[in-house]
Design a protein around this ligand. Structure first.
Ligand code: E4P
Length: 249
């Protein structure tokens, strides 16, 4: 089986808010960082932002972990960013590209970079948006821009040329790394690597499928056939009898 992963240069960050799987991923040598967001935290049932973040940071202190600000007001976002960043030296603060009023966060980005806060500009969908914040990140020692490739694809647009262009632009900004955010399938890791994207985030369901990379297709086909056969048998299906009433349990 070809080992795809050993040739992949794109770093993989685990994206999620489930502490158990974060612990598991921290022990996985393929994972070099972590991201989360308020939606993932809510889904995972996190009810205390700070306690959750501190729990994560007590376990992970040597890999970047992104936590997002949760205000809609830039001054309050700044206050939150300074607080969040004080929780650990490996903390990256996610700043949305705009607030909900569609006002661009570029001035805040500048203030935070100048103050030495490591930031991850999140929810970026276009090169135009990226170009509005990038010049304001020039003082950053390290920083990230997350382009939501999966959501771009959800909108029916191929994200690959956008990601390739972003990588090209960032070649003049060596301290800023591009994150392929919101992946939808394992193949996105291959695509991210093809365009030399620095990082890709991956949720649990994608990470669980990493072992499929390089799998022989005829073997994969056979496993699929076996899956159908075994499930039919386990369900006790019989094409020729109609004595039992059909019920969905
Ligand atoms: C990345 O940092 C984001 O948390 C994430 O990739 C968002 O993905 P989604 O489009 O699946 O919500």
């Amino acid at each position: 089986m070809k080992n795809f992963l050993q040739d992949i240069k794109t770093k993989i960050f685990a994206d999620g808010a489930d502490l158990k799987s974060i612990i598991e991923m921290n022990n996985n040598p393929l994972i070099s960082g972590f991201t989360t967001n308020p939606t993932l935290m809510r889904k995972a049932g996190v009810n205390n932002y700070k306690n959750f973040a501190l729990d994560v940071l007590s376990l992970i202190n040597d890999k970047p972990v992104s936590f997002e600000v949760i205000s809609d007001d830039f001054d309050e976002m700044e206050r939150q960013a300074l607080e969040i960043s004080s929780w650990g030296k490996n903390v990256i603060v996610k700043i949305p590209i705009t607030n909900t009023k569609k006002e661009i966060s570029s001035s805040l980005v500048k203030r935070l970079c100048d103050a030495g806060v490591k930031i991850n500009v999140t929810a970026v969908f276009t090169i135009e948006q990226m170009m509005k914040v990038l010049p304001n990140m020039s003082s950053a020692e390290a920083g990230y821009i997350s382009i939501f490739a999966g959501r771009i694809a959800d909108a029916g647009i191929d994200p690959l040329p956008i990601m390739a262009e972003a990588v090209e632009i960032l070649s003049d900004h060596p301290k800023i790394e591009l994150i392929w955010a919101s992946p939808r399938e394992v193949y996105n890791i291959i695509q991210a690597d093809q365009v030399k994207c620095h990082i890709i985030t991956a949720t649990d369901d994608i990470l669980k499928k990493l072992n499929l990379l390089g799998k022989d297709l005829s073997e994969f086909s056979l496993d699929t056939v076996k899956m159908f056969f075994n499930d039919a048998a386990a369900a006790g299906f019989n094409i020729f009898t109609d004595t039992e009433k059909y019920v969905v349990k």
